[in-house]
Write a protein that binds this ligand. Structure first.
Ligand code: GLN
Ligand code: ZN
Length: 740
């Protein structure tokens, strides 16, 4: 079968995270650059072989990266920021751009569209001029594949996406457009001599286009489409507006996502009338569940009734970067869960089976796993929900009165976002308990000791509202997932998050319910140690959902409702046990936002309802806190208001009081705790610095409405800087209070 399957990329970290190990050892000076390169080569060749053995005759080339593809692109097209030019060694410069050093702050990092992968953000400015093209990485990888007997297609992030994701103004974007295209043209001309297909990734074409965007697409691909066999790939949504433009450019074909961009179907007619070849992204590259091959075959057959099969080939909806490697090392998963799963390697096999069936008519033989995913009691409970379950019994003003009576806090109350430093000892204790090396009793004694010290510390610093420290939690989602039914955990299901970092998202496969209280014992113990209010600490339903691999056999809204009910029960148990301040973290609330504006209202509706359902059980004198990580709040402020939390803390320190302004602009009524210092650095901010920061916050919101806290994530810090910083924070707060 020739050219009938296309992959946009394979995970590169290694099935045993070999690249992670090699990178970290290289950074520590334990291995040499040559050794790092030989690990990389081994991984690339192994991944090409895998693709080839699955029947893919053109493997993905240049999907590999030592840190990030966007960073590689900056090197390739001469777009390294000038501020690193004093570093002459290219490898040292590469890793410094990624990780920073004493004299250079690293490039900013942010999420790749709505995935959990983070890319490095290019920095452009009006005086910027592109440097020399450097095609060595691409050509070397191409030759390496060739030497090992593999033909391949070169993967390259495109100019539209590069510009859209760069940090610069619209003017700079417009100003640099032509010279950027010239860079790409030079590069493609060099690559043309290889005589192979080039797949240009343009995922930003799935976002709602601005008026001028489409004419730039036309200019770009009229120019670039001429350099051999050029494909344009879009993913994560439909790209109908761009497709309509691209069919009138000289490109060879398009790669479209029919999993997350079902609406791409409306472009089929247009595509059929053009001469373009089309790769149908039909297997989900973002999720871990087995594909319903019969269903896919039906979709393909429909497509083939419009576009002739000769012009079609099949693919994964996006790069496989976003899924774990292989099921072959999963020895602890229950068979009924394992039977539902398909990781990268298995997805290639699915694609191959589907391709055989579609192109050669081979019958599909699919094994079926009989797994119980539904729980009658859970479903009944969902059916019996009423409007009242989503609404707190008292309005905010009355709740606030009750809180003033009950807690009697000073003005500008101080608190933290939940976690405290996770020392090596704490981690070791948790692991030993998990492995059965220490008993439950020993474990509890150790954790309670940590809580005791943490509470004593907070009292000694004179923080007003305390937390227990989250020492029993490895991760804010995993901790809850492990105790809820409906979740499973892989032992090796790692997915690259950035650089050498990976995450292992829980597998949310079945109906969710809570079998027993999850946090009550820890919180009640912590509260018993102090007269001051102790915040119960929960992760919200939307965040649990957004950071898991979520079942795709029912709408996310239903799954979110189930999780919300489990959290609701926990909120209720906490308040009954006397924990009267409860924080329900929605760190990832913004992350789930759909890429297209049109779909956002639907997401907001169920996300909001899930949060309300999980918290509305709180009585009048139970104060509900929530927390959101750094994000633009402007477009979601109405939803935040509707969440009706008594207090929201937000990660803001790096933006001064900028993010807070929207809360004032909409006359937000509830209380807000903007982070007053950045915890992502070990630097201890001075008292004066934080006083200044607090005064800036007071320019935006009145003192009666403000809480004082650091940004989130103290668990990643050491004790010494945490101690000094919090001491300074409290001192600064007291100094400001004294001015009233
Ligand atoms: N309560 C969590 C903590 O402080 C919140 C983490 C987060 O915002 N990502 O660590
Ligand atoms: Zn946060």
């Amino acid at each position: 079968m020739i050219n009938k399957i296309t992959v946009l990329g394979f995970p590169r970290i290694g099935e045993k995270r070999e690249l992670k190990t090699a990178l970290e050892n290289y950074w520590k000076g334990i291995i040499s650059l040559n050794e790092l390169h030989s690990v990389s080569t081994e991984l690339r060749v192994r991944h090409w072989k895998l693709q080839h053995d699955s029947g893919i005759d053109q493997v993905a080339i240049n999907d590999f990266s030592l840190y990030d593809n966007m960073l590689d692109l900056m090197v390739t097209i001469g777009a390294e920021p000038d501020r690193f030019s004093d570093i002459t060694d290219p490898t040292q410069r590469y890793f410094t751009m990624a990780r920073g050093d004493v004299t250079h702050t690293a490039l900013e990092m942010t999420k790749w569209f709505n995935t959990n992968y983070h890319y490095l953000v290019p920095e452009l400015h009006s005086a910027f001029s592109f440097g020399k093209i450097n095609s060595a990485k691409i050509i070397n990888e191409y030759n390496e594949a060739k030497a090992n007997g593999y033909e391949g297609r070169i993967q390259l992030i495109g100019p539209i996406t590069f510009l859209a994701l760069s940090k610069c103004s619209e003017e700079v974007r417009a100003h640099l457009f032509d010279s950027l295209l010239n860079q790409y043209a030079t590069l493609l001309e060099m690559l043309q001599s290889l005589g192979t297909d080039i797949i240009i990734h343009e995922p930003s074409l799935v976002c709602d286009p601005m008026p001028n965007d489409l004419s730039l697409v036309k200019i770009a691909y009229d120019k670039l489409g001429r350099f051999g066999k050029i494909w344009v790939a879009t993913y994560f949504e439909h790209s109908n507006e761009a497709t309509a433009v691209l069919v009138n450019t000289p490109i060879y074909g398009l790669v479209l996502d029919f999993v997350h961009g079902d609406k791409n179907h409306t472009s089929l007619e247009l595509l059929s009338k053009s001469d373009k070849h089309v790769v149908i992204g039909i297997i989900n590259g973002r999720n871990v569940w087995k594909n319903d091959l019969h269903n896919s075959l039906t979709t393909l057959t429909t497509i083939a009734s419009t576009i002739p099969k000769e012009r079609l080939s099949l693919g994964i909806s996006c790069s496989l970067l976003h899924v774990p490697y292989s099921l072959k090392h999963e020895n602890t998963l229950r068979a009924e869960v394992k039977g539902l799963l398909s990781f990268a390697e298995e997805k290639l096999a699915e694609l191959s089976t589907l391709s055989q069936a579609f192109f050669t008519g081979q019958p599909l033989s699919v094994e079926f796993t009989d797994t119980t995913r539904s729980d009658e009691a859970v479903q009944k409970r969902l059916m019996n929900l009423t409007q009242n379950d989503y609404k707190r019994s008292y309005p905010f003003t009355l709740r606030q009165e009750a809180a003033h009576d009950l807690f009697d806090l000073p003005i500008l109350p101080t608190t933290t976002i939940g976690s405290f430093p996770q020392t090596a000892e704490i981690r070791k204790t948790r692991q030993e308990f998990k492995k059965g090396i220490i008993t439950k009793e020993q474990y509890e004694i150790a954790m309670k000791e940590a809580i005791k010290q943490c509470v004593a510390f907070q009292e000694s610093v004179d923080i007003d509202v305390l937390v227990h420290g989250e020492f029993e939690r490895n991760d804010m989602v995993e901790y809850f997932g492990e105790q809820l039914s409906g979740f499973a955990f892989s032992s090796n299901g790692w997915v690259q998050s950035y650089g050498s970092r990976c995450v292992k998202p829980p597998l949310l496969y079945g109906d969710v319910s809570r079998t027993k209280p999850m946090t009550v014992e820890w919180s009640v113990f912590a509260q018993s140690l102090t007269e001051r209010p102790m915040k119960g600490m929960l992760t919200g339903p939307v965040t649990i959902l957004n950071w898991s691999f979520v079942r795709d056999d029912q709408p996310k809204a239903i799954t979110a409702t189930q999780i919300a009910l489990a959290i609701r029960d926990e909120v209720d148990d906490l308040q009954r046990a006397g924990v009267k301040m409860i924080q329900v973290d929605e760190a990832a609330f913004k992350e789930g936002y759909p890429l297209r504006c049109k779909d956002r209202a639907a997401y907001e509706k169920w996300a909001l309802e899930s949060f309300l359902l999980s918290t509305a059980v709180a009585e009048r004198d139970t104060q509900i806190h929530t927390h959101m990580c750094y994000s633009e709040f402007t477009d979601i402020i109405k939803t935040i208001e509707a969440m009706d939390a008594d207090v929201i803390s937000i990660e803001t320190s790096r933006s001064g009081n900028r993010l807070l302004k929207i809360f004032a602009a909409v006359a937000y009524a509830q209380e807000v705790g903007p982070g007053v210092y950045d915890i992502h650095s070990p630097r201890v901010p001075s008292v004066e610095e934080m006083e200044k920061q607090i005064h800036e916050l007071l320019e935006v919101l009145p003192a009666e409405q403000l809480w004082i806290n650091p940004d989130c994530g103290l668990k990643t810090r050491g004790w010494s800087e945490t101690e000094s910083s919090l001491k300074n924070m409290v001192k600064a707060t007291k100094a400001v209070r004294a001015t009233f």
